[in-house]
Write a protein that binds this ligand. Structure first.
Ligand SMILES: *Cc1c(COP(=O)(O)O)cnc(C)c1O
Length: 366
């Protein structure tokens, strides 16, 4: 059988570059605790993302938990069920209750029109996800937050370099979390970052990520959420090749767009997102003549592994499904979308033969 094609592949960096940078970390004798590489990456990303109060973490999930703690959230957080589990589990692991809100049928992000009816006297925040890098309706969400005195956190794990009318995505909300997991377009093996609106909150997060230590003495309850020097070095090397990867992904995205433009029953989203993180399609079974699951299975027979991001809904997770907001009848749009969305393989190296293989397999399903 042909070589397997997966949904993503790490943004390629020359192995010699990595060897040399890890060699430099070794030579420095400092492996973690905010060394030179950490400082350089934090500065570089702060500039790249146009995020003045930016902080690095050892992964995106812990980063979300730190955002929750640094903003001193309590009680309930209103969140989308159509996301990777980390969004919701970070709320739960901080001892708060996730309250599920339905999504907008066009953007697949949390639907502002459905938020207010979920607000109680326990609600402390709204957590939206810029899913596939498609921005949430940030203005409507902020309006609701201001009216009810709530904080806003964005899971921007898919939204590295997304922008809204030229404004960087990190301009919106009290905190935006970026994931630098190996499957993300900008990666540090494992890793994450947060852009904070206020410097004071960034300062608090900096304490929390290092055991709550002030001058070596624990001042508050903290945790270990520090990015190490090798992670930071990989990040610096990846930043250097990001532009090239984005150019290649743009070509892959254009080729998919071109292929799907005349196909009935397949909806694409590239015009809504500029992060080039995923290439989702939404399948209308009646019009296309085959279901999302059917397409996935046929691709898999050819060694092409598309992924059902995000299925099932987080509201179906055993630990969350008994909350009244998790009921399917309260989440009609999310319940439909999760059955019909498929993320196709998407990375720069697909250009050429592999992309051809995927397109001819899809062609045969029409
Ligand atoms: C990748 C991802 C995360 C988790 O990030 P990690 O860095 O792997 O902890 C959170 N939310 C979403 C939507 C993600 O895709």
């Amino acid at each position: 059988m042909d070589k397997k094609i997966y949904v993503t592949k790490p943004t390629p960096v020359e192995v010699e570059t990595i060897k040399s940078m890890v060699g430099d970390v070794w030579a420095s004798g400092q492996y973690t605790n905010g060394g030179q590489f950490h400082q350089n990456l934090e500065k570089a990303l702060s500039e790249t993302l146009k995020a003045p109060y930016f902080s690095l973490f050892n992964n995106g999930t812990i980063a979300l938990m730190i955002a929750i703690k640094a903003l001193d959230l309590k009680g309930e957080v209103i969140v989308t069920p159509f996301t990777f589990p980390a969004t919701v589990t970070s709320i739960d692991w901080c001892g708060l209750t996730p309250v599920f809100c339905d999504i907008d049928p066009d953007t697949m992000c949390i639907d502002p029109a459905k938020i207010e009816s979920l607000i109680t006297d326990k609600t402390s925040a709204i957590m939206g996800v810029h899913v596939y890098g498609i921005p949430c309706d940030v203005d409507a969400i902020q309006k609701i937050a201001d009216k009810h005195n709530l904080k806003v956190i964005y899971d921007a794990a898919h939204a590295f370099l997304s922008h809204i009318d030229g404004k960087p995505i990190s301009d919106f909300g009290d905190a935006s979390m970026f994931s630098f997991h190996a499957t993300k377009i900008f990666q540090t093996l494992e890793g994450g970052g947060i852009s904070f609106k206020h410097e004071s909150v960034k300062k608090k997060a900096e304490l929390l990520k290092n055991f709550g230590l002030v001058d070596g003495i624990a001042n508050s309850s903290g945790i270990n959420a520090k990015m190490n020097e090798v992670q930071a070095a990989v990040g610096l090397a990846t930043l250097d090749v990001l532009k090239e990867e984005k150019q290649k992904r743009q070509k892959v995205s254009d080729a998919y767009d071109d292929f799907f433009k005349d196909i009935d029953g397949i909806e694409t989203f590239s015009s809504l997102s500029n992060s080039l993180q995923y290439y989702p399609i939404r399948v209308n079974k009646k019009k296309f003549g085959m279901s999302r699951d059917g397409i996935r299975d046929e691709l898999e027979k050819q060694g092409i592994f598309a992924r059902k991001y995000f299925y099932p809904l987080c509201s179906d997770i055993e630990d969350f499904k008994n909350h009244p907001s998790a009921k399917r009848e309260n989440l009609p749009v999310a319940s439909e979308v999760t059955e019909n969305v498929l993320c196709l393989p998407f990375y720069g190296d697909l250009l050429g033969e592999d992309l051809g293989r995927i397109l001819s397999c899809l062609e045969s399903l029409k």
